[in-house]
Design a protein around this ligand. Structure first.
Ligand code: NYM
Length: 218
């Protein structure tokens, strides 16, 4: 019997909002409890030569202008595309921390044009599901600060604005994951977020009926 392809599931959102924790929990659930073939990836993939340039940039060891670093982030996705397609067709579900949406939102926050930002990623594999981690803006219980570039409150707020724009104009299947509790006071507990995600993922995987993979933004 032909293998059914796996799903391409993207975790998106601001820095330090809980994507990595949740993607690991999902990976454990899909592999250990559901017995599915599954792999986790993240962008930037700092293990490649391009990824190592990006890593040095993020750690402020080297500089690039805004267009150049955007192209490097995009190239870092393109260098994975063949492996990702092969894995999906072998039946692996790919759980991916960040994708082209981060590319666009972070670079737009520096003032570059959306059309140019998107153009570099046109034709990448189109996700089956984008889990968009967000918070209610009134909530104050998230800290975005860290040592890498971009990890300041003011910059993250700009990025958030552009993420919201992308979210409202995208044709891909996006699901909002609000990480703040309904009283707007504290983070929701990990289990309740994970349970919500599992439902979205189950529906997504059940809905994949053909092995065809669309192209992003085409
Ligand atoms: N980032 C990530 C971009 O600016 N453009 C991109 O295309 C991608 C994939 O890199 N602050 C930014 C977002 C993060 C930083 O990501 C490092 P992470 O997930 O912390 O390794």
């Amino acid at each position: 019997m032909a293998v059914k392809r796996g799903g391409l599931i993207i975790f998106e959102g601001l820095d330090r909002i809980g994507k990595t924790t949740q993607s690991k929990l999902l990976y454990d659930h899909l592999t250990l409890e559901c017995g599915l073939l599954c792999e986790r990836l993240s962008f930037p993939d700092r293990s490649t030569q391009i990824g190592s340039l990006i890593d040095s940039y993020l750690q402020r060891k080297i500089d690039f202008n805004d267009h150049t670093i955007h192209l490097l982030f995009s190239a870092n996705r393109w260098e994975s595309i063949d492996l990702m397609r092969t894995k999906l067709l072998q039946g692996y579900t790919l759980i991916v921390d960040r994708y082209a949406y981060s590319g666009v939102a972070f670079t737009q926050a520096k003032g570059l044009d959306i059309k140019w930002c998107q153009s570099c990623d046109v034709g990448l594999l189109k996700p089956d599901l984008v889990l968009y981690f967000h918070r209610n803006k009134q909530s104050n219980c998230l800290s975005f600060t860290g040592d890498e570039r971009y990890e300041t409150k003011s910059f993250q707020e700009k990025v958030e604005f552009y993420f919201e724009q992308l979210r409202s104009s995208s044709s891909e299947q996006w699901k909002d994951v609000n990480v703040i509790d309904k009283h707007n006071v504290e983070m929701r507990d990990k289990e309740s977020i994970q349970n919500e995600i599992r439902l979205y993922v189950k529906n997504c995987l059940d809905g994949i009926k053909s092995n065809h993979i669309d192209e992003l933004w085409k």
